[in-house]
Design a protein around this ligand. Structure first.
Ligand code: SF4
Length: 299
């Protein structure tokens, strides 16, 4: 079955102006880092305008992007010009058939072209995001690290998060922990723990003898909720306080009930922070408690 893609009526989506407004208010409230993720953020019509607007916000130190890379060959340069500092590109396989199977008909060649365009565009940082599943792609770990090292970029291995009932694999059965991935990498590379910190949940290791780092995002084996300061806004305007819980408030209702006003929005956001959960209750042996799919919120 896999993740379901549901296209929403336009009226239900925040407009680019409303998305920019929410971004501006968060920055006025002290936020210094905004990452646009998806589904796939670059498919949104005129999305470059949003990046340009957010990129001009005083107080925003980091404007970041997570993408499937397919549209990077066209948009990499204008995104850098708009102020995007670092880009994460999802890449779970280097084998075209397997890539197509994992991404439901995605074309690996398009993503590889996007990665080359990102390398040429001058981003301050490029990182591959890879979800490893046993018997699905765990035999490609070294190839993926080789790919990153050959390009002088980073790679993060992410333990799958039980978000949405996907039905095409038993999560507990295919779970492949960060420690197992690290053990496999150390068959071919020497890893040195690094103090590197991008403000995200990854634990980094320098790949000795290269300019590359490998990161591990380990919601199951090395929980990182106690340092979490992340919230997510969906395209419908739902402010999710935690990826692993359903606590949220409807900012679209606030924006449209008070057109042109910012105080009600500021109040709603600061109130919402009071109900941010302490962490997730992920349990790979159970059906997912979080029914929305990852492509609704992004990582
Ligand atoms: S699961 Fe929730 S609390 Fe934990 S890191 Fe993710 S968003 Fe933060």
């Amino acid at each position: 079955m896999g993740e379901q893609v549901k296209f929403l009526p336009r009226a239900q989506l925040l407009t680019l102006e409303e998305l920019e407004l929410v971004g501006r208010i968060f920055v006025e409230l002290g936020v210094t880092k905004i990452r646009l993720t998806g589904g796939e953020p670059l498919v949104r019509t005129n999305v470059l305008q949003l990046f340009q607007k957010l990129g001009q916000l005083t107080g925003l130190k980091e404007l970041l992007l997570t993408t499937n890379g397919v549209l990077l060959d066209k948009l990499a340069k204008p995104l850098v010009e708009a102020g995007v500092k670092r880009v994460n590109i999802s890449l779970d396989s280097l084998r075209p058939e397997r890539f197509a199977a994992i991404t439901r008909n995605g074309k690996l060649s398009e993503v590889l072209r996007g990665i080359e365009a990102a390398l040429d565009a001058g981003f301050q940082g490029i990182k591959l995001n890879t979800v490893i599943l046993k018997h699905r792609n765990h035999d490609e770990i070294i190839d993926l690290v080789d790919f990153a090292v050959a390009r002088g970029i980073e790679i993060s291995f992410i333990e799958e998060m039980p978000i949405g009932n996907i039905g095409d694999h038993d999560r507990a059965e295919v779970y492949y922990s960060s420690d197992e991935i690290r053990r496999d990498i150390e068959q071919a590379f020497t890893l040195l723990p690094s103090a590197r910190n991008t403000g995200g949940p990854a634990r980094y290791f320098q790949i000795v003898g290269t300019s590359s780092f490998v990161g591990f995002i380990s919601p199951h084996s090395h929980n990182f909720c106690d340092t979490c300061n992340r919230v997510r806004l969906t395209t419908e305007g739902r402010l999710l306080l935690c990826l692993g819980q359903e606590n949220s408030i409807d900012l679209r209702r606030v924006i449209r009930a008070h057109p042109g006003e910012t105080e009600p929005l500021k109040h709603a956001i600061t109130q919402a922070m009071l109900m941010k959960p302490k962490g997730h209750d992920f349990d790979l042996t159970q059906e997912s408690q979080v029914l929305r799919y990852m492509n609704i919120t992004g990582g």
